[in-house]
Design a protein around this ligand. Structure first.
Ligand SMILES: [Zn+2]
Length: 271
């Protein structure tokens, strides 16, 4: 499932063909299972740029409207000079960037993704459901600590996954933050000491930046960037999907299930 680093990789690639003038577009027969608003009046409009909050991509249109796109489990955007004929293409724009023709398509085999065409007010309302983005300069230690302590009885990893507090996290990121922070994922938030909270906070950017630099992380063939390439971020992981902990390089990683999600920890490095 694409998490912040993967969505950020896609965003950066999309911006390489912005501004993009939409000449025409096509929808698949089942596109309305993904696109939850009516799509109309896009012909001749320009996508000015693509922004991101958490895992939500935000396409800014020249008429002031926004396309919000969440990739769900297996969604991706593809860019090509040729018409994109990949199976499970649900929306395809044909248009022009710097006088050259491009195709821009949303591909999603499992269709857990969701998309909306909104005016400014609606878009802001939807984005306000999300907490601060993990890469936002306003994502400070103070914010991190306050949001965690909102629910002192919750387990640390479960709270880290809450998009209304921490926009952009997902299962592998939450596992890796706990590992690098030296904290067991099933600890109650109320049990965390100040030093542990600080280590967890520092781990957020280490995990995010590590995975983003390598173009995102792919597990079981889920995620691909706009060229269909898979990311290399697996090399940055210390416990997630690892046999041996990559922090101590000694201990075997233990896999458990926490709130129905695969959870990994090192018994030596995490307390
Ligand atoms: Zn270890």
């Amino acid at each position: 499932m694409p998490e912040l680093p993967e969505v950020e990789t896609i965003r950066r690639q999309l911006n390489q063909i912005m501004p993009f003038e939409i000449k025409s577009y096509a929808l698949s027969d089942v596109s309305d299972s993904i696109i939850h608003t009516k799509i109309s009046g896009l012909k001749g409009k320009v996508i000015l740029e693509v922004q991101r909050k958490g895992k939500m991509l935000n396409f800014l249109l020249s008429d002031g409207r926004h396309i919000l796109s969440h990739l769900g489990m297996t969604g991706s955007w593809r860019i090509s000079k040729e018409k994109i004929s990949a199976k499970h293409t649900h929306l395809q724009f044909s248009g022009v960037f710097k006088g050259e023709k491009y195709h821009l398509a949303y591909v999603d085999p499992r269709r857990f993704g969701h998309m909306y065409l909104y005016n400014e007010v609606q878009a802001n309302m939807k984005l306000s459901e999300l907490g601060r983005d993990l890469k936002d300069p306003a994502f400070t230690y103070k914010y991190f600590k306050e949001m965690l302590l909102k629910y002192p009885e919750r387990l640390i990893k479960v709270t880290l996954l809450d998009q209304s507090l921490f926009a952009g996290t997902g299962n592998y990121i939450a596992n890796e933050i706990c590992a690098r922070g030296g904290v067991l994922p099933n600890r109650k938030v109320s049990s965390l000491k100040e030093a542990e909270l600080k280590r967890l906070y520092k781990s957020v950017s280490i995990v995010i930046d590590g995975a983003t630099e390598t173009g995102g992380t792919t597990f079981q063939g889920g995620y691909a960037d706009t060229t269909g390439n898979k990311g290399n971020g697996v090399g940055h992981l210390v416990v997630f999907y690892q046999k041996i902990c990559q922090l101590c390089k000694k201990e075997e990683v233990i896999k458990t299930t926490l709130a129905q999600r695969g959870t990994y920890h090192c018994p030596r490095c995490q307390k």
